[in-house]
Design a protein around this ligand. Structure first.
Ligand code: C5P
Length: 341
């Protein structure tokens, strides 16, 4: 199922100048990494990356309303997997915004009640937790009238996690550093993807650790990662096969080593007619390229019959990020289950 993003004004400097609202809704997309090249492990434990993110039409919806302190409630099929305490990344994002703007969230009504409906797989390698943090930043900035610019929000996001800045901006972007330094990348035509969610989860640190284990002594001196010129060029054309051939993920062997069942999912998607398949981020979600909507549907139907696959979605990308979808929370399908107390 593919849902269009909620309509909203384009992200611009104006994000900081809008008046506060009573209840704010943000729709935030999942990401896939079309390239994920992992360089040396740094002294801080992170790895240098060259990655091409694409925001795809699989969403979490977040509603922010005034509250005392910062609380979060999660609904959706995988809600039980999401913490509701201070370790929730959306809570940390709201607190970071409050700290950065000198807001006392414990003053009566000056905090926020966040409600999130998960459409993005939890611990699936599609930046679902990071997406919620990005959505919380945008929503609270609007709810509280704290007036940070898009650039200031991106900076706050980068401090919260390597993948938090991207879902703010969406579209297609090159990420460097540990993934948080973003540069927009032109993408000529919308692309069709099939996303196969796995029944299990994989821990991102565990997958990076497995990569380091396989690299052994060379992990710290691995060559610096470079953007894939062929992938970037393919995105500026409508040549589907060229793009499909350029998909790469250095974390894939590590994800497959920790979760060998993913081999069967990759094979099933390719056998059903996908032009390429790749583990998404640190997995275990697997995504496939399809030249058109009909082929994507066929691949999705075939994967849906596979026992190892928990759910399958078709999605188009690129789609806009959280900054482009913020608006008042109105009752309707997008906020269903999120406006109740
Ligand atoms: O930044 P984030 O909290 O999303 O990263 C989660 C974990 O993934 C890190 O603690 C680290 O183990 C690993 N990671 C990494 N190099 C990156 C990004 C993440 O090693 N560039």
């Amino acid at each position: 199922m593919t849902t269009p993003p909620v309509a909203g004004p384009a992200a611009s400097g104006a994000v900081g100048t809008r008046p506060p609202a009573d209840a704010v809704h943000v729709r935030v997309p999942a990401k896939v990494n079309l390239q994920l090249t992992v360089g040396p492990r740094r002294a801080d434990g992170f790895h240098e990356l060259a990655t091409v993110f694409m925001a795809v039409g699989l969403y979490d919806d977040l509603v922010a309303r005034p509250g005392d302190g910062v609380t979060v409630r999660t609904v959706g099929e995988q809600a039980a997997l999401v913490p509701d305490d201070g370790t929730n990344l959306a809570v940390r994002a709201a607190l970071a915004l409050a700290a950065a703007t000198g807001r006392d969230v414990h003053a009566p009504g000056a905090g926020v009640r966040l409600a999130v409906r998960k459409g993005i797989p939890v611990a699936g390698g599609m930046a679902g937790g990071s997406a919620d943090a990005a959505a919380a930043l945008v929503a609270c900035n609007r709810l509280w009238g704290t007036g940070l610019s898009a650039l200031e929000l991106v900076r706050l996001a980068a401090d919260l996690g390597s993948d938090v800045a991207f879902p703010l901006v969406g579209g297609t972007a090159l990420g460097t550093g540990r993934g948080e330094l973003l540069e927009p990348v032109p993408c000529r035509v919308p692309r069709h993807w099939v996303v196969a969610l796995d029944a299990g989860t994989l821990s991102t640190p565990a997958v990076f650790a497995e990569l380091d284990r396989a690299r052994g002594d060379a992990a710290g001196t691995w060559p610096a990662p470079v953007p894939d010129a062929d992938l970037l060029a393919a995105l500026t054309t409508d040549d589907h096969d060229r793009l499909a051939a350029a998909l790469t993920n250095d974390l894939q062997p590590a994800a497959l080593a920790l979760h060998p069942g993913l081999h069967a999912t990759l094979e099933a998607g390719l056998a059903a007619g996908a032009t390429a398949g790749c583990v998404s981020g640190s997995g275990p979600t697997v995504f496939f390229a399809a030249p058109d909507a009909a082929r994507a549907r066929r691949v999705a139907d075939a994967l849906g019959a596979s026992a190892a696959v928990r759910a399958v979605h078709t999605a188009v990308g690129p789609v806009p990020g959280a900054l482009d979808t913020v608006g008042p929370a109105r009752p309707g399908p997008a906020t269903d289950g999120l406006l109740e107390d």
